[in-house]
Design a protein around this ligand. Sequence first.
Ligand code: SMG
Ligand code: MG
Length: 381
Amino acid sequence: MIIDSLTVRDLALPLVAPFTTSFGTQTRRVTYLVHVTGTVQTAAGRVRTAGWGECVSLADPLYSSEYLAGAREVTERHLVPLLQHAQREGTEITAETVASVLAPVVGHPMAKAALEMAVLDAQLRAHGVSLAQYFGATRTHVPSGVSVGIQDSIDDLLRAVGGYLDAGYVRIKLKIQPGWDLEPVAAVRRAFGDDVPLQVDANAAYTLVDARQLRRLDDYGLLLIEQPLGEDDLVQHATLARQMSTPICLDESIASAKDAADAITLGAASVINIKPGRVGGYLEARRIHDLARAHGIAVWCGGMLETGLGRAANAALAALDGFTLPGDISASDRFYTRDITEPFVLENGTIAVPTGPGLGVEPVPEMLDEHAGLVQELWAA
Ligand code: SMG
Ligand code: MG
C-alpha cells in the first residue's frame, strides 16, 4: 500500500476483575492502537483503505523485556521513520514487507507486530479478503479456553473455574507459582473431575531446582505445563522435559520461528503457545504454525488480554488446521464489561471467526471517545 497517514491512540480499559499471574496483578488493560490509511492497487483500480493494529505489550517489563512506553517510543522514533524512508525509496509497504523494513531495529517485536497488523488489515480490507482467508484457514469457529489467575483462596478459585465451566469454556488454564501449584490443581480436579481439559502456566516462576515439585503435577493428567522455567532456559526446559511426563509448552521463550526450531530440535517443548505480538507479527506466527505442524508439534494461540481487534485476529489465526489445542481466546466479557469492538461471545464453547474483510471488526467510536486518548499523528498526510 501507499501509506498517507499513521496515528496512534493510547487506550485504557478496566478489567472486570484483577488478573494475577506469577509476575504481577493487572487491573486494567493499557495499550495503544495504530491506525493507518492509504491506497492499495487492486484489480478494480486504486482504492482508499484503512487498518487497525493493537500493541500487546504490557505496561511493565515483567512478562517480557518489552513494555508499553518503550514500544510506543520506538514506534515513533525508529519504526515509523523506517517505514517512511522505505516508502520514499520506492519499497512498497505491505504486510509481507513490514518485518524486513523494520528488521534493522533490534527486538521490540510487539511494537513491530502492531504496525504489521494495521498494514495487513488495511491491505486485506482493500482486497475484500478476511484475515482467515488470507491465512488459508477454514474453520468457522475456534474452541475457547480461559486463563484463570492466581486467587486469594481455593474457594475463590473453585468459584471462578465453576463459573467459566458453566459459561461453556472448553479448557481451563490455571496460573501457578511456587506455593500455588499442586493444591489448586488438586482442588480443581477434585471439584470438577478428571475429564476437564486442564493446563497450567507458571510464567517462568520456577527453576530446575523445583523439578521434583513440578514432577508431582504429573499425577493430575494436565494437557501441558506452560513456561515453567526462564525465558532463556531452553536447555533447562529440555532437561525438565526428560524428567516429567506432562508435556512442556513454551510461551515467553519463543520469540521467532528460529526459536521454535531450536526448541523443537532440543526437545525443550512438545507444544508451543503462539502469540503473534511476542513473535513480531501474524506472518511470523503463521510460520511458527507451519514449522510446528511439519514437526508434529501441537500449537495453540495465546492471549495478551487483547481488545476485540487482537481477539479477531487471533481467532482468524487459530482457525488454521495446526492449532489443535484450544487457545486463550475467550469471550470479550472474560476481561471487559464492554469491548471496544462488537463483543466476541461464547457459542457452544467456541468463538466465531470473523468473516468480513481484514480483521472483520472495527472499534466503536463511542468506546474510543470514552477510553482512548488523543489521536497522535506519527505520519501526517
Ligand atoms: O488474553 O486470555 C488472555 C490472557 C491469557 O494468561 C494469559 N496470558 O502468559 O499466557 C500468558 C499470559 C500473559 C499475559 S498475563 C497479564
Ligand atoms: Mg503464558
